[in-house]
Ligand binder design. Structure first.
Ligand SMILES: [Zn+2]
Length: 153
């Protein structure tokens, strides 16, 4: 059974969606003027990129709309729209990789690697020597190859 709601002003039926929002009066100008209280949140299209919501007195809205400042949105609910602003769509695009493709190395690592390379050691031997002498630097054969091949970070 549907709850029938009639305007407290003129007695005409109030649209169901409007009644559900708690309105007790219709959108007829006379009823609006009689029963509406307080500021009105009105959706206005201020540019082509989207809607803006502002609070203004109905008179001001009407005056500024008449002046062509903006186009009033027709919400079908008279001048008491309660539309929720649209949520921007999720941005699309490739996910950012969690780590750089080319790992970097520290100046300390490069210094040791180049020192051993100048001694004529191969990357494998560099890694072995580094493991023995400077284990905290974490120098690997692969890292030695990258540093010596001139790949920059
Ligand atoms: Zn009415």
């Amino acid at each position: 059974m549907s709850m029938s709601t009639d305007c407290i002003g003129c007695g005409r039926g109030i649209p169901a969606e409007r009644a559900e929002l708690g309105y007790t009066y219709c959108t007829a100008p006379a009823c609006q003027a009689e029963y509406r209280r307080g500021p009105t949140v009105t959706a206005v299209a201020v540019n082509k990129s989207g809607d803006a919501f502002r609070v203004a007195e109905p008179d001001e809205i009407a005056r500024r709309a008449a002046a062509g400042e903006f186009d009033r949105k027709d919400t079908g609910l008279g001048t008491d729209p309660v539309d929720v602003p649209r949520v921007p769509a999720q941005r699309r695009g490739p996910r950012r990789p969690p780590r750089p493709v080319t790992p970097s190395w520290t100046p300390a690592q490069e210094k040791v690697i180049r020192l051993y390379a100048d001694m004529g050691l191969s990357p494998r031997r560099i890694a072995e020597r580094a493991r023995e002498n400077t284990p905290r630097l974490g120098i690997t054969e692969a890292l030695a190859v990258r540093v010596l091949s001139g790949l920059r970070r």
